[in-house]
Structure formats: structure tokens, C-alpha cells
Design a binder for this molecule. Structure first.
Ligand code: BG6
Length: 513
């Protein structure tokens, strides 16, 4: 009986499903990889799962000329995805509503033409004038496109319709440029109309952090400095920079991962309970947490932060080149591909509890995980027994792969002698809820369609993320690294990253507990 209850579908259980608002989704950068690999497949999954309104249209915009039919063909999912009758029907419905409009975003007339085309589609598809503009373009085009849309009157909301702009990181390359970008966007649209995607928030386990912490009564009472020794956040990738050297060599691991994805994870683990699940209530608490992170002094940067760059090595038995040998990367590059940091959160809940965070490319395995290390129990009871040390309790929140949550604790080893072993209780998403086709963009696109902003970053969150890392950017720029490359591809990063925790009497959990 209980099994039947907990095995019920995970999403919207017992709640009437609200389909997305009828609208036109206009994708700038439609010839790019993201559109084909994630955005259109996510729209297709939403269509297939009944989350799209009947009156929806998709318009791809890019520079090159292409017919609607060619664009549809390009976006068509693989045969394997269209294996069922149901899937083929869903694609049939969606593909008829996919269109293409060529245009150069540096020309004002592109936006006039787009306006006329969208008005025509509204009549043809019976859409009510709701437009979601998805800017899947390089960040230097965010502000010009938004200005172009504004100039053509495409961002004006009126009774009966909404206009929204969706953008994805990077939001600036440091604090001043992030502030400037926010200013530029808000000179045309209001904050309420901007949906800033951090694709980590599209991951189920990341969203589950809120439910886990605030939808259960047993964890919150111990979620503080009285019981928690420290927190670790790891986002490790096996991959190198692949074909993205051009972007990455100007960004590096710190900018690429820390003010955004890692900051999101830290804020969700550390935030206070919001007063409701309303978007601003949740985001207010996240920002409050980010603002409580102790600012790093230049000395802290030297002692509590580690940067690294991979040299050649082996990942999963395959020889791989060093970062400086990668395509579109300077052979003298000093760009970081690994970062580890110790942060403190200056508030009552987290006083003196270190948060160790790290991220790196070319690690031995792909694992994104949050580890909560609880304080050890007093040893007294065991002093006259063969037990030499106590297993400390660790809670593992596995974000990817194998999404789930595990708790490690000590148990008695069977037998006449009192011995203790570390055991684990495991919850794996796939065991309970099965796996659904997902690109990670479904929830985000759906939420943007219904105007639900909880999973999107507000301007102040973006700025708080950059404020956290700005001291590192400054000090590292002033003191270029002298030891790069300083870790072999396929290792867990530079030795200093291990030393960072060892100095505090701790060690990293490498996703293998
Ligand atoms: C992106 C970064 O934001 O996140 C990439 O730009 C990184 O460099 C990626 O590889 C990691 O995302 P995921 O979902 O694979 O953990």
C-alpha cells in the first residue's frame, strides 16, 4: 500500500496540470547547437507530456536564409525518439507550428519584420500576443537584441498579453559588467519580464533540495552549526573544454561555474526557510544567504582558494591532451580549469561551518554532489571496546549522475565483538520515479511560459554571485599563476586542493563513498 503511494508520478501528483500559456516562443540563435540539442527537444517533450497549450508557435531566428520546411527538418528528433505513435503524433502537431525567420540582429529592420511576422502568426495560430524571446546567442548580443525588440515595440505588455525575455549565462564576466548588463536590460524591460536561466536549477535534484529541506521535519532541526561540521560542494567533469576553447579561455572555471551554478547550490543548501514558495520569497532568502558569505580578503584568496589547470593525462584509460594543447586555447594560457575554495557564511545558522566548494574539468569522473558532514558523536561509550573511531554521519545529495540522496551512518558489524562499520541508506530517483525523457530545459521553459520565476535568477542574485568571486578575479589577475599546468588530466586537481582540507583535519569526498 505504502509502495503504491510513494511510487505515484512525481510531478504535479494530485494537482490538476496547468498547461503553459498560449504563446509564441521566438528563439534567437536558432541555428546554434542549444536550439537543436535542448530547446526544441524540450518543447517536444512538453508537447508529448501534455504541458503545452494548443495555441503555441515556435519561431527560429538566425542570420542565414532558410525555409520553414528546412528548419523543421533540421529540428526533427531522431528516429529513436519518434519510435512510438504517440511521439510521432506529438511531433506532427508541434512541427506544423515551427517557423523560421532570417534576420541580422544588428539591423533595426530585422525587428520590424519580426513584428509583422509575429502579428501574422498570432492571427494564423490564434495566439493571443504572448511572446517569449529566448536569446540563445553570445552574451554581447543580449543588450542589443533587447534594445532592438524594445525599439520595435515588441516588449510592451498590454492588457491580455505578456512579453518575456529569457537569457542564459554568462551574465557579464565580472561584477561591474554584470551590473552594467542588468542596467542595460532594465532600461528596456522590467525585472519581472526577465527570466535568467541557470540550467542547474532545471535539474530535479537541485529543485528537490527545497522539498527535502523544507518538506520534511527531521532534517531542518539539525541543519545548522550545532550538528554540521562542514559542507562540500563538488561539480567535477570528465570532459575538457571540447570545442569551446574560444569562450572558455577568456572565462575559466571560476567565472564559468562558481558565481552561478555553485552559488545556486550553496544558497539552496544554506538559505533560511522562505515564507512561501512564491518566487520572490524563495529568491529573497537565496540572496540573503549569498550576501552573508564572508567577503574574501586578498590573504584569504592566497590561503583559502586554489586554482589549477590540467596538463595531459588519462581519463578513463584514454590519453587526453593538456589544456594548453586544446583547440582555440593559447599555448601559454593561464586560464584556470579547476577551482577550490573555502567559504564561511556569516550568520547564526552557519557560524564557523566551512563550505568547501570545487569544480574542475578533466577530473577522474563526472560527479556533482553536495556532502553534508555531521559532527562526530562523543566517543566515551566506546572507549573500552575494540571500536577505534566512530563513523561520522554524512548526507550525500547526488545531483548527477545517479540523482539521489544517501545517508551514511555507523552500524554494528554482526558477531560477538563490538565492531562498527559504515553503512548507507540510499534513495535513487530512478528507483522510485522511473526516468522520463528530459533535456533539463522542460521545467524552465514551462515555468517561463506560466510566469513562474522561482527557478530563474534575479538581478540581485547574479550580482551577489559575482561579488563573491570578485576578490579572486582581482588577486589572480594581479598574480598570474607560475605553476600551470599543475594537475594531470584524470586526477582530482592540484595537491593544494587536498591540502586545503587536510590543514583543517578534513578530506574531500570523491564521489565514491
Ligand atoms: C555550463 C558551463 O554552464 O555548465 C560548462 O559553461 C559546463 O563549462 C556545464 O560543462 C556543466 O553543466 P552540467 O549540466 O553538465 O553539469
Amino acid at each position: 500500500m505504502e509502495g503504491a503511494l510513494v511510487n505515484a508520478p512525481p510531478v504535479k501528483t494530485g494537482v490538476e496540470v496547468r498547461v503553459g500559456d498560449p504563446c509564441l516562443v521566438i528563439i534567437f540563435g536558432a541555428s546554434g547547437d542549444l536550439t537543436q540539442r535542448k530547446l526544441v527537444p524540450a518543447l517536444f517533450n512538453l508537447q508529448n507530456q501534455g504541458f503545452l497549450a494548443r495555441d503555441v508557435g515556435v519561431v527560429g531566428v538566425a542570420r542565414s536564409e532558410m525555409s520553414h520546411a528546412n528548419f523543421r527538418e533540421k529540428m526533427k528528433p531522431d528516429e529513436s525518439v519518434l519510435a512510438t505513435e504517440e511521439a510521432r503524433r506529438a511531433w506532427g502537431v508541434l512541427s506544423e507550428r515551427i517557423f523560421y525567420q532570417a534576420g541580422d540582429v544588428s539591423q533595426a529592420e530585422t525587428f520590424q519584420q519580426l513584428r509583422d511576422f509575429l502579428a501574422k502568426l498570432d492571427t494564423q495560430l490564434k495566439t493571443p500576443g504572448n511572446y517569449m524571446f529566448y536569446l540563445s546567442v553570445a552574451p554581447e548580443f543580449f543588450a542589443p537584441i533587447v534594445k532592438g525588440l524594445g525599439g520595435a515595440g515588441l516588449l510592451e505588455e498590454a492588457a491580455g498579453h505578456w512579453r518575456r525575455v529569457v537569457i542564459e549565462k554568462p551574465f557579464g564576466h565580472d561584477l561591474p559588467s554584470a551590473i552594467q548588463l542588468n542596467r542595460d536590460l532594465r532600461s528596456v524591460v522590467s525585472e519581472r519580464q526577465i527570466f535568467r536561466i541557470d540550467h542547474y536549477l532545471g535539474k530535479e535534484t537541485v529543485q528537490n533540495l527545497l522539498v527535502f529541506r523544507f518538506g520534511n521535519s527531521i532534517f531542518e532541526p539539525i541543519w545548522n552549526h550545532h550538528y554540521i561540521d562542514h559542507v562540500q560542494v563538488t561539480a567535477a567533469e570528465e570532459l575538457g573544454v571540447e570545442a569551446r576553447g574560444g569562450y572558455y579561455d577568456n572565462a575559466g572555471a571560476l567565472r564559468d561555474m562558481v558565481p552561478n551554478h555553485i552559488a545556486q547550490l550553496v544558497s539552496l543548501v544554506g538559505m533560511e526557510p522562505p515564507i512561501s514558495f512564491h518566487a520572490d520569497a524563495v529568491r529573497d532568502e537565496q540572496v540573503k544567504l549569498l550576501k552573508s558569505i564572508q567577503p574574501l580578503s586578498p590573504e584569504d584568496v592566497l590561503h583559502a582558494a586554489v586554482r589549477g589547470q590540467y596538463g595531459s593525462g588519462q581519463v578513463k584509460g584514454q590519453k587526453v591532451p593538456g589544456y594548453r594543447e586544446e583547440e582555440k586555447v593559447s599555448p601559454e594560457s593561464n586560464t584556470d580549469t579547476f577551482v577550490a575554495l573555502r567559504l564561511y557564511i556569516d550568520n547564526w545558522r552557519w557560524a564557523h561551518v566551512p563550505f568547501y566548494v570545487r569544480t574542475g574539468k578533466r577530473m577522474p569522473k563526472r560527479v556533482t554532489e553536495i556532502v553534508i558532514q555531521f559532527k562526530a558523536a562523543p566517543f566515551m561509550l566506546f572507549t573500552r571496546t575494540p571500536v577505534s573511531h566512530l563513523t561520522t554521519n554524512r548526507l550525500f545529495v547526488r545531483i548527477q549522475p545517479d540523482e539521489g540522496i544517501s545517508l551514511r551512518f555507523g552500524a554494528k558489524v554482526p558477531g560477538p565483538i563490538l565492531e562498527m562499520g559504515a553503512v548507507k541508506m540510499d534513495f535513487r530517483y530512478v528507483d522510485w520515479f522511473g526516468a522520463k525523457p528530459s533535456t533539463g530545459y522542460e521545467t524552465l521553459l514551462y515555468d517561463a511560459m506560466v510566469g513562474e520565476a522561482t527557478l530563474f535568477q534575479r538581478a540581485d542574485m547574479v550580482e551577489a554571485g559575482w561579488r563573491m568571486v570578485q576578490p579572486l578575479i582581482d588577486v589572480w589577475k594581479a598574480l598570474p599563476p607560475r605553476d600551470f599546468p599543475n594537475y594531470a588530466a584524470g586526477s582530482w586537481g592540484p595537491a593544494e586542493a587536498d591540502a586545503l582540507l587536510e590543514r583543517d583535519g578534513r578530506h574531500w569526498e570523491n564521489g565514491d563513498a
